[in-house]
Ligand binder design. Structure first.
Ligand code: AMP
Ligand code: AMP
Length: 334
């Protein structure tokens, strides 16, 4: 059988995904918006680029992509710009379980999954509940921290609630600690969880406020959380067993809550670690996260599991290759 073509949208982690696919021997295809085509042409591991006007054009191209034997690899831009509902309508072989999309989009469902896995989460507040400590208000949908608001007092929270009327959001306790984003890969082919690495985000303006020279700079000091990039990191080795167990617990819980296939492939548990070393999970992303981009040539942790440079993007392609070799491709696709 001819190997399928690995394709994705030109953004987020596309370079990592297609480089990884090429390293595993696949042909690669990128669907890129007009203004980005020139940029992506610089990379020789991208065999073919198709120009699109908007990510949603993916749906109109489905028939052609199926004829070309394409497998799509979803990333953050799929839900952000195509929309969860429309992702379900993309009738092209798609890596991962589409049933997890509902859980990716809906923060209340995310909290239920984390709860079922026995993972600590910040306290959530009901619509009319008064707060006695700072909270963070998060509209639904993958937005890279855009639109989050911190409310320190009940009055501040009331104002935010009024402004968001009609829009779905959650109100979470604001955890003081450090952000640690955990990258996992669950392989249904090897039936094992793999810790792929860790990152922390670089967010504007919250990461800039600490540089605002001891309050001497006047202006708006309300924190915002718009992601600009990511730092690579490692964590204390003594915390790793707990991290591994959390990943396993999420996969197990997803099989009873979502469906029998549950969550597989790459996913990320986004945590804030408090001073008593508790991991508070603030969110879960059920797909590759851009925080894996610092590790296009592999991470310190993937180096422990593989004898070669292994990014998360390459790991996805390896899973597809192994599934094909065992005649089990449908196991990893939706
Ligand atoms: P983009 O295509 O860069 O606009 O990103 C698609 C979605 O993923 C948006 O919701 C972004 O906020 C999010 N995103 C992009 N890059 C990162 C990153 N480095 N870390 C976390 N989220 C990101
Ligand atoms: P998220 O989009 O949920 O990954 O959150 C984006 C950023 O918002 C995180 O990197 C944190 O800086 C901040 N954040 C989100 N939720 C909380 C929380 N409950 N407590 C403290 N900071 C948070």
């Amino acid at each position: 059988m001819d190997l399928p073509i690995i394709a994705t949208l030109g953004s987020h982690s596309a370079l990592q995904i297609l480089k990884g696919a090429k390293d595993e021997g696949f042909r690669t295809l990128l669907l890129a918006e007009r203004g980005r085509v020139k940029f992506y042409r610089s990379y020789q591991f991208i065999d073919d680029i198709q120009t699109i006007e908007h990510p949603r054009e993916l749906l109109a191209k489905a028939e052609e992509l199926v004829t070309r034997n394409v497998i799509l690899i979803p990333h953050g831009s799929f839900v952000a710009y195509v929309g969860g509902e429309k992702n379900r309508d993309i009738h092209v072989p798609y890596f991962g379980n589409k049933a997890v999309l509902d859980w990716e989009e809906d923060r209340t469902k995310q909290a239920a999954l984390l709860h079922a896995a026995g993972i600590l989460t910040p306290r959530h507040f009901a619509a009319d509940e008064r707060i006695s400590f700072p909270v963070i208000v998060k509209p639904h949908g993958a937005r890279g921290g855009k639109g989050y608001v911190v409310a320190r007092t009940p009055d501040e929270l009331d104002r935010t609630r009024k402004r968001l009327q009609g829009e779905p959001y959650v109100v979470q306790e604001y955890i003081i600690g450090v952000p640690v984003y955990i990258h996992y890969f669950y392989s249904p082919i090897r039936e094992r969880i793999e810790i792929f690495g860790f990152d922390r985000r670089y967010e504007t303006n919250v990461d800039g406020l600490s540089r605002a020279v001891g309050g001497k700079i006047k202006g708006n000091t309300d924190p915002s959380f718009v992601v600009v990039g990511n730092f690579p990191m490692t964590i204390r080795e003594s915390l790793l067993p707990e991290v591994e167990a959390a990943g396993e617990a999420i996969v197990t819980a997803s099989r009873s809550l979502i469906d029998s296939r549950g969550l597989f492939g790459p996913f990320c548990l986004e945590t804030i670690v408090s001073e008593d070393l508790k991991f508070y999970a603030i969110e879960i992303s059920c797909r590759i996260v851009a925080g894996t981009n610092p590790y296009i040539t592999g991470s310190p942790y993937s180096a422990l599991l593989f004898e070669e440079p292994m990014s998360t993007g390459r790991r996805i392609a390896r899973e597809i290759k192994e599934a094909i070799a065992q005649g089990r491709l449908s196991t990893v696709l939706s």
